[in-house]
Design a protein. Structure first.
Length: 241
């Protein structure tokens, strides 16, 4: 419980909601049929599906543990790394990526986007850590930008559809280009975080170095002998030959 409380705020909220949702589905308190993304049902009033489809990662099992590991690792790494002190910007990234994937997902036949959002975070983290060396099962090493593609290939080998992961890679690339690449090219930042969202996350207080504390008792004054006076005319001085 302490480790969960020590997580940064957005990561803590997302991981807690994901664990609670998957646990409730495992215990049959709620049904995944009430959570999946369905535009027709959303338009009919079941608006919670816009968010709940990102919270379900499957029933209790090894697959859920695998997804929770990657969600926790890269969500935390981003919020404590390149988004440190900028939780509003991090949440804005998740909202933008989630919105983009929600538009595309019905045409791709994807109903739960939690794994895609995790893959988006993996992609953004990998592009911002280009020189980090990584290893897959100790078999071969590669640099971080190849991580999403290595995981995609590993997923395909295990028999999973690549569409879910490709949605995350696509959304991550769009965000990375518009947030990290395009501003350097044009001097404009199109994905600026709205002020209303920033108001929910006040900036960290600046760290001010403490003033030095004076000693309780000042050190005793040291006696320094005055130099002997020099005779007029320079008598008594030694000169090099």
């Amino acid at each position: 419980m302490d480790e969960l409380l020590n997580l940064p705020c957005v990561t803590r909220a997302y991981v807690s909601l994901a664990l609670a949702t998957s646990g409730a589905c495992t215990l049959e308190i709620i049904s995944p049929l009430n959570l999946y993304l369905n535009p027709r049902l959303i338009m009919a009033g079941e608006v919670w599906r816009v968010a709940t489809n990102f919270l379900y990662f499957g029933a209790l099992g090894i697959d859920l543990v695998f997804h929770m590991f990657f969600l926790l690792k890269y969500c935390k790494s981003l919020e404590e790394g390149s988004f440190r002190g900028r939780s509003a910007d991090f949440l804005w990234m998740l909202l933008l990526g989630g919105g983009l994937m929600s538009v595309v997902a019905p045409y791709a036949g994807v109903q739960f986007l939690g794994s895609s959002l995790t893959f988006m975070m993996v992609y953004v983290w990998a592009r911002r850590h280009q020189y980090v060396s990584m290893s897959l099962l100790g078999i071969f090493t590669f640099t971080a930008p190849f991580l999403p593609w290595v995981l995609l290939g590993f997923s395909v080998v295990l028999g999973h559809s690549p569409v879910v992961d490709l949605l995350g890679i696509g959304a991550g690339h769009v965000y990375y280009f518009l947030e990290d690449v395009y501003p350097r090219m044009s001097g404009r930042r199109p994905l600026r975080t709205p002020g209303l969202l920033r108001a929910l996350f006040p900036s960290d207080e600046p760290i001010v170095a403490p003033m030095p504390v004076p000693p309780a008792h000042p050190p005793p004054a040291q006696y320094v002998p005055e130099p002997a006076p020099v005779p007029a005319g320079g008598a008594g001085l030694e000169h090099d030959a």
